[in-house]
Design a protein around this ligand. Structure first.
Ligand code: AHG
Ligand code: MN
Ligand code: MN
Length: 334
């Protein structure tokens, strides 16, 4: 019988490890919380697998707070996460890309200790063409009442995250997460309906051979980004690079985590503050990247140090291997 480790078991093992330093006995609250996310992910995955046979493709017929056409799967994924997580007593608030305001639960701060922030379905433009999409989540601890309101708890900087992760729905369905003790990957095993540990202590290569950016926006980037990409193309980092851009952030990041390289969404003419959202796209992936030995900036500065002002705020986003990111920070600083 092969030994398997599920996400819940892994979380509890990690907490027992951490107990040696924190002295805190794992209560199971956190693993119970994460089981809400894995349950919702399995519901989304089942919907995606049968998408061609049901009417889940296409637009839902409404716009979200971003002013973007919601896809039916955006709405389904959002409802699945709100339902599964709303049932967890330890949740104080849920913040979603698809909802203008947070969903809050009237629980006392002792019970409702966590805030979950998520992009329920990332890469919506790829759903109808059967290309990888994903789910991204970030977990913050609610501030004690005397230190801040629920809203201030939501707007904490990314370095305060207690966990972050994503699910990428591709040829296999993979969940990657960190609680600050390394990055760990799990693959959904359909025979038992559980995410099973498949890649422990993931490390991002020091340097890769891919750069990932939407080059259609190049004329609108600040000049430093254009010269940076030209430098990569010219072999300035001692390697030949290939371009890969899937248009689903989770898939482009997952490749960068495994193979190294760099992903960029610079400021553009249409979106001078960048397109990607800080709380549920940039922060969780930045936490994972740093835990795996990578780097994440919004130009020259660290993403995780940004003090959020509003929950849907956007940011330029650059993330990847140490070598490519050191060169990028230099290029942007010039
Ligand atoms: P979402 O589907 O959650 O709105 O995210 C889409 C994002 C991200 O997944 C991807 O990297 C980016 O949009 C692609 O934007 P462009 O099509 O402008 O390149
Ligand atoms: Mn997204
Ligand atoms: Mn989305």
């Amino acid at each position: 019988m092969p030994m398997i480790t599920t996400v819940q078991q892994h979380i509890l093992q990690q907490q027992r490890e951490q107990m040696k330093t924190t002295g805190r006995e794992p209560t199971g609250t956190f693993s119970w919380l994460l089981s809400g996310i894995t349950l919702a992910a399995k519901m989304v995955e089942a919907k995606i697998r049968s998408a061609g046979l049901s009417d889940i493709y296409g637009a839902f017929g409404a716009e979200n707070v971003q002013g973007e056409q919601q896809q039916k799967l955006d709405v389904y994924a959002n409802q699945a996460l709100l339902h599964c997580l709303g049932l967890r007593d330890s949740v104080a608030a849920l913040v979603s890309e698809e909802d203008e305001q947070p969903v809050t639960f009237n629980r006392d701060p002792e019970t409702g200790k966590y805030i979950i922030i998520f992009d329920p379905l990332d890469g919506s433009s790829n759903i109808d063409v059967n290309v990888n999409v994903g789910t991204i989540f970030s977990v913050l601890r609610r501030l004690p009442l005397e230190q801040g309101t629920l809203e201030q708890s939501i707007l904490q900087p990314g370095y305060e995250q207690v966990a972050a992760g994503y699910v990428v729905y591709g040829p296999s369905t993979v969940l990657v997460y960190t609680t600050g003790s390394g990055v760990h990957g799990f693959t959904l095993d359909h025979t038992i309906g559980a995410f099973v540990l498949s890649n422990e202590r993931m490390r991002m290569p020091e340097q890769g051979s891919y750069y990932s950016v939407n080059e259609a926006n190049a004329d609108g980037w600040p000049a430093a980004y254009r010269s940076y990409i030209d430098m990569l193309r010219a072999g300035g980092l001692g390697k030949t690079y290939s371009s890969r851009y899937i248009g689903s952030l989770v898939a482009d990041f997952h490749r960068t985590l495994l193979k190294g390289g760099v992903f960029l969404y610079p400021p553009t003419l249409q979106q001078p503050k960048g397109k990607l959202r800080l709380l549920y796209e940039a922060n969780p992936l930045a936490f994972i990247a740093e835990q795996a030995g990578g780097v994440a900036t919004y130009g020259a500065e660290r993403v995780l140090d940004i003090r959020p002002e509003v929950i849907h705020q956007r940011t330029p986003f650059c993330i990847g291997s140490r070598r490519e990111m050191e060169a990028l920070v230099q290029a942007v600083k010039l």
